[in-house]
Design a protein around this ligand. Structure first.
Ligand code: ZN
Length: 512
């Protein structure tokens, strides 16, 4: 059984299962294969989700993977990073739970491969949710990491399922069986929604790293994907059907193989989707792993109820975040040394209508973090690992960050005192104005973080003060509009010395 934070395939990694390690998915298909009979489908909108375990997106380029590359050209390919401990390990339990449920580990509760604390009752996988809201859909799941069935992550609610034990028997043969059965169902039956898991990429990375054997394993799974795509196009009713195909992965791998920790290589993940309404060749910066389930619902014409508490959004919907307008102007490191020079991920130029007041800041310090900066997850979290910067899961694309801890890594006169100012928003004739944003705030006693409101350019008054950690949560602050006020602007003021940080993203102002 897997151990907290450790590889779920440590036995394979040790080389004990030699038969499985020797094969790379080339086992012959059974001569005659009888797939289960699914109920006849009821939807012309159809979705196939393929999960490839531990698939590093930056290795696909080097692999013989024409079908994955074709999906990238004809679909939308959103790269992102995962959480890290202490929110959750970059392991399969949290990863597949995030993909299935469409919420982050602080909701679905799976922090490692023990699955302790799982909360699938409140946050079920998308197939279980579909069984509740669209029981007439014909659904199928196939997994050979058996935990995804044992723990109820993927298979509950399906009309038929194939569950195999790759940890016991090896993944190459079982992946091949899953491919055979899935292809058969796609060719000769009428399923509506399928979730198909392939595990050998992860097993090979554990046993031999992310080199040639890993590329070979990617090529085998790419061949399975090609067979699925061919089977879909060969369906007699294909012309009247609207198919969406989604490929995703639960975590990355260190170059030498292994994951669970906070390195960028372990945190790398992606959502790749092709289907109606999904842009060809798009590379959005605001896609995250929780978006798989939201995309499934959207492609089936299902509007998630607010009570489901989904964190995801469909891959074709762009965020309207003002900070994301800065993407084209992001630049590379200046004083930082832990961030590779090629990672373009920060700027001090505020979005149109926004400003930063640094007149109370001391001199010097790390250039990147002198006052509020606008940065990406990869750029900021690579500045220093394992200090909770990886837990910024509800930010997307570019966000605003005030980081006194990193700023203080170079000589400065102190203090850190920076204020981020929003544009003025119209409030004429309104009684209440609401400020929504997401935040990651790590507290320490001698720092301060305040939100202030200024009506008609008047003296800003404090509407919120943070005095405890807030680990990536949505915030909603409502303020009464004074009689006669026509405009409001908000300020985020952070002060400290060598303390922690404050992240703001997804700012939205609504007057009513
Ligand atoms: Zn693994």
């Amino acid at each position: 059984m897997p151990i907290n934070g450790m590889s779920r395939r440590s036995v394979l990694a040790a080389g004990a299962a030699t038969a499985a390690v020797a094969a790379t998915g080339t086992l012959a298909a059974p001569a005659a294969y009888a797939a289960p009979t699914l109920p006849n489908g009821t939807s012309k909108d159809k979705v196939l989700v393929i999960g490839m375990d531990g698939l590093r997106h930056d290795r696909i380029d080097a692999a013989n993977a024409p079908h994955l590359k074709s999906l990238m050209a004809n679909g939308t390919y959103g790269l992102s990073l995962l959480y890290a401990p202490p929110m959750a390990a970059t392991s399969s339990g949290p990863g597949w739970s995030t993909i299935a449920t469409g919420v982050w580990p602080d909701k679905h509760g799976v922090k490692d491969n023990s699955f302790a604390g799982k909360n699938y009752g409140t946050y079920p996988g998308f197939l279980a949710r579909l069984a509740q809201v669209r029981p007439e859909l014909s659904t199928y799941a196939a997994v050979d990491w058996k935990a995804l069935d044992d723990q109820g992550t993927v298979t509950p609610g399906t009309d038929a399922k194939l569950v195999l034990d790759g940890d016991r028997d090896g993944y190459p043969g079982h992946d091949a069986t899953i491919a055979n059965e899935t292809e058969s169902i796609l060719r000769s039956q009428n399923p509506d929604v399928l979730f198909v898991y392939l595990g050998n990429t992860d097993a090979v990375a554990h046993s031999s790293g992310t080199g040639q054997r890993y590329l070979d394993a990617i090529a085998v799974q790419d061949g399975y994907l090609g067979r699925f795509l061919t089977a879909i196009k060969a369906r007699p009713s294909y012309a009247t059907e609207r198919w969406t195909v989604i490929v995703s992965t639960d975590h990355g791998h260190a170059d030498a193989g292994g994951h669970g920790g906070s390195s960028v290589e372990e945190r790398r993940t992606f959502v790749l989707a092709q289907g109606p309404g999904i842009a060809a060749g798009a590379r959005p910066a605001d896609t995250r792993l929780v978006d798989v389930a939201a995309t499934v619902f959207h492609q089936l014409g299902i509007v998630p109820d607010a009570s489901w508490g989904l964190d995801g959004k469909p891959v074709q919907q762009r965020s309207t975040d003002p900070f994301d307008t800065l993407l084209p102007s992001l630049t590379g490191r200046v004083d930082e040394t832990g961030i590779p020079a090629g990672v373009l991920g920060f700027t001090h130029t505020a979005p149109s209508g926004w400003s930063v007041i640094n007149s109370a800041m001391g001199t010097g310090g790390m250039t990147e973090w002198r006052g509020w900066a606008f940065a990406t997850d990869e750029f900021w979290s690579r500045s220093q690992r394992d200090q909770w910067r990886e837990l910024n899961v509800r930010s997307r694309g570019v966000f605003a960050v005030a980081d006194s801890d990193e700023w203080d890594d170079k000589a400065n006169s102190g203090p850190y005192d920076s204020t981020l100012v929003t544009p003025a928003y119209g409030v004429s004739g309104k009684t209440t104005v609401r400020l929504d944003f997401t935040t990651l705030y790590r507290h320490e006693a001698s720092q301060s973080a305040e939100v202030l409101a200024s009506f008609n350019g008047g003296t800003p008054t404090r509407i919120k003060s943070y005095t405890a950690d807030v680990v990536s949560k949505p915030q909603s602050l409502s303020v009464s509009v004074p009689a006669g006020a026509s405009g409001v602007s908000f300020r985020f003021r952070y002060t400290g010395a060598n303390n922690w940080y404050w992240v703001i993203d997804g700012v939205k102002v609504t007057a009513s």
